[in-house]
Design a protein around this ligand. Sequence first.
Ligand SMILES: Nc1ncnc2c1ncn2[C@@H]1O[C@H](COP(=O)(O)OP(=O)(O)OP(=O)(O)O)[C@@H](O)[C@H]1O
Length: 922
Amino acid sequence: MTELRGPLVEVGEKTSVSTDYGERDLVELTIRPDDGRAAPVTLTLWGKWTETAEYTEEGMELLAVDVEEEEFQGEIQYSTTGDSRIVVEPDYLVNVTDVRSWVQCPRMHYLNKLSGVPLNYPVIKGTIVHEVFSDLLRGGDVETAIDERVAEAGLDLGLLDRDADEVRADVADHARAIDGWLRQGTLDGGDEWRSERTLLSERYGLKGRADAVRRGSPVELKTGKNTNSEPRFQDKVQVACYALLLDEMGEPPDTGTLIYTKNAALDRNEADGDLSPAKDFSLSDGLLEYVLRQRNELAAMGVDKTVPTGYEANATCNYCFEQDTCMVVSGRLDQESKAGGIGDPLPSEERAYFERFYRAIEDERRAVHREYAKLWTQSAAERAAADRALVDLEPVGKNEVDGRWELRARCDDPVSKIREGDVVLASDGHPVRGTAEMARVIELGDEVVVETDEPVELRRLDVYPSEMGVDGMLTALHDAVLAGDQERKDVLFGRREPEFRDVDETFIDNNPAQDRAVRMAVGADDCALIHGPPGTGKTYTIARAIRALVDRGERVLLSAFTNRAVDNALEALEEQGFTEFVRVGTESGVREDMQDHRLESRGDPEARARELREAPVVAATTASCGSRVLRETEFDVALVDEAGQLTEPATLAALALADRFVLVGDHQQLPPVVQSADTASDGTSASDDSAAARSDGGHADVQQPIEPSPSGGSGRAADLSRSLFERLADEHPDASVLLDTQYRMAQRIQAYSSQEFYDGALRPASGAVAAQHVSDLSTVDADALPDPLRNRVAFVDPDGTARGNTNPAEVTAITELVERAVEAGVPREEIGVIAPFRAQAAAIRREIPAVTVDTVDRFQGSAKEVVIVSFVATGDLDSPIFEDHRRVNVALTRAKKALVLVGDENALASDERYARMVDWAK
Ligand SMILES: Nc1ncnc2c1ncn2[C@@H]1O[C@H](COP(=O)(O)OP(=O)(O)OP(=O)(O)O)[C@@H](O)[C@H]1O
């Protein structure tokens, strides 16, 4: 038996032939094995596997496991047998829950993707019961587990107007039954239970989290009732997927179990049927192959396919939670659906918009999936080199704390994208082939500490990609376009010019542009755009605008791409004496000084919900705006900072929650991070530093960084690369105000940026700002300063040669310059070095400890007294920093008093824009 893997070259038609076993279907495929390197061969699919031909096409990747090889007329041919399995696009990891919903109702699968998980009681109760189940499996006490888990859900329950006592009683019915069975051994298995297991399959392209595994067999908990002796079909499908996942780990189970907890609460005298809660069923090959084929269809399904209507499956709409959403989507998109439709069809421009972004977002999803595949296609060393893993950890201890495990390991080189608070994969050496657990990073340093549900030998940590970002964009698209109010969308769709009421009040008396910005924010009937170049007081203006809005009785949502920007704006509010805000975010995402304002989800439901509903200002990242909690809240105005870095759908997540909006940003600085558009092919570029880097450590609720795809910039990706801020600023210049006075840079430093990016409009706030010089720093001995620092801007050409992503001569020149600057009295913490590649940044960092050395993405939003930029490139300008001029704008505007450019003059002079830069700097 053989395994074949490679791209499909041709997909034949289904035919039937008479065989010894009767009439049988077959399809011939042509595939290039050995990942496309070998000559094409024919693979004949027999029986049910012929379905594969219905959804596959040329170019798709196919894996055929255990196929038979035979020689036919001098040619080697392959065919499926009873043991074979076919996997379409194996690198695309399909979620187990998606296979389940696809089988249950294809339309529900589509809706779930589109509209996110809404806040409703059955879902929340189900989550609580599952958590209690896990606690019990880990040996917890039932009453404590119920109290704890209900308390944790306080905010959700409060928003649903539920009373904690009632919920406890409700959950207790389920939980006590589970506890009873566990004690009596009804669910026998003794100590061989494992709760919540994250499973990834490289072979079958599946991922999921099993509720429990008992003696190697998957167990799934359902909070509903089922009085038939057999489990429900879709539930079996889900369990069968987990079985495939376990199969790959060398533990092929033959039975699956479903536990219907509600059965325990039914009265024997009144209910008919089989009231036993736990139902075992046999995992036949036929079932496993069926679920694999469903999985294949999902993996192959392009987004251009028509939207499922619900008639395809024998779905029953009556009890479906998704019925309302289903009808709204049908009505708005003018689709057929079994449940019927609500609302008028969207105007054509909105529909075109919806479809364009839907596809662009699905392309992003594909890019995330390519990142999952790297967990096994890249070696440990490659993952480490791309900063996506910490490898060669030395386990030093583990403790059980409250039913969870704290694992510790020694780590020689804790440098990677992984940050404290992140959820990562912890493994005993390989994240897929070894034993792996989801882990939260508690501490990163020479010793790494993580927390997991189950213990694992801690030898490696991997960045775990997340689809949360794409899911969030789809939800926002749904909320804003399909569910959103018509009038609110007029400006978004160019049907009306934004309108403003007159506001006769002076808010900021020393800066007319800022004052005008606040007046526009306050007077906007629809939207206002505040364009703030570097150091022009965006944050200050935002705080002032929020206060002015609150004074007028408006409820404000403050949002931004990164946690850092959200917390900075709150800090500015505090400085201006305003503290009536609530911060929504994870504990690790929110900065220390804002923790007191953080909305706890734990606690009394009514109190928690009131805090959120009544706060005049609520602050959260745009990623959190798509959470089910914030989607339950409403605002008069959404004010969004860093709007130039947000994709249009990501911006919509905040706008969908409010009547009006104010966007603040600068489209001449870093654009949105779009994975599917990125053309750079090496994982060490600056551009792939992206989302996590910019979110400043608090990106537990922001999508994880992923590597650029090789697909090249597509038109769809281009839609995402342009922020809504930029689009509206172009379409409605009258709704936009430019903050033109900067408080950061010496005049000499701002000159180039002002000319190149802001039509020369930028001016220093005062003579003191304009004339500042390094020698103004009290610790500096002016006579001891190295030459380049005597001027405010200097250019140094160390005559180096780029070697890959580093330039050793630039490393040496910069090291020397920094050392001499420090000797002359410049504090190390006031020096910043910016490099286009992580490799160059790492090389410099090794030479000059205690100085911030980073890529442009990590520097956006911060400033230093002295900044040195290393350009690396020699010969040509093939480097990510030059792919987008805006990256250079960010690099050149971080310095306050002195800016030194270190690069190859000839290479830079090959591009007009950089030739002007060199002329200016010299
Ligand atoms: N109208 C003003 N009067 C006095 N100081 C101001 C004014 N506006 C801004 N500043 C000061 O200028 C500095 C920069 O302002 P702020 O931090 O708001 O800039 P920013 O535009 O948010 O910066 P970035 O480019 O980093 O986003 C701060 O120290 C702030 O207090």
